[in-house]
Design a protein around this ligand. Sequence first.
Ligand SMILES: [Cu+2]
Length: 253
Amino acid sequence: MNLTIVIFFAIFYLIGTSLSFVPVFGHASPITYNPKPNQIINSKQLLPNDVTITFTESPEPRASSLKVMGPNNELIDNNDLKVLESSKSLSISLDKPKVIPGIYTVNWLVLSKADGHITKGSYAFTLAESGQNQNQNRQPATNASSEYSKNITADNVILNFDISPFKVGQNTFNIQVSYVNGTAVENIRDVFLEFNNPAKNLGPIVDVMDKIEPGKYTSTGSFLSQEGDWEIKTTAQRIGEYDINQLINVNVT
Ligand SMILES: [Cu+2]
């Protein structure tokens, strides 16, 4: 290669790598939530009056929505969506007299003023029964029937998935990814879970799992916020290979 071509490619390379550091206006993604995802609130007095989500970009309020669904899938907000001063936060007040202990699901849909794209998602928080033990740590399964477990084999890879306990509320999700010969799949960047309950219009609730050791991932949260049929999409992003995607359908009672 002569020098001109080398310089030519070097410039291209520099432009290419620097582009990723240029701030771009884009779609609106949530940054902070109040209440927080999977938060357990000990009493009604501690529950905020509003649900507030702050996004990376300013939402267009006329084309955006927050909906707070109660434990029985009833609407529990006052339908009074407002944009806060920062202009990047949306807020809706809760109909406090309607609030009972249970799991609340927030569905958000936002049109970004910056690029006109629509993004949407869900998350859940819990109002605990008064006097309930507030231990947020993993609850050990009391017996085998309270667990869900599934093995899926595809393309020389076994995905082992379990939920414990297996019921509406706070659960721990485990994924183990190994080759059929038993060795762990190590070239994984991230493992995601996506929860959808189409019949009740809940979701997508997206979660990034925590790595415990090579091939083993865990996550705890109130993603299964109501009874019914849930679709759980698992995605293991592999470095240099195709993602491992599996759709698991569960019925939660
Ligand atoms: Cu966008």
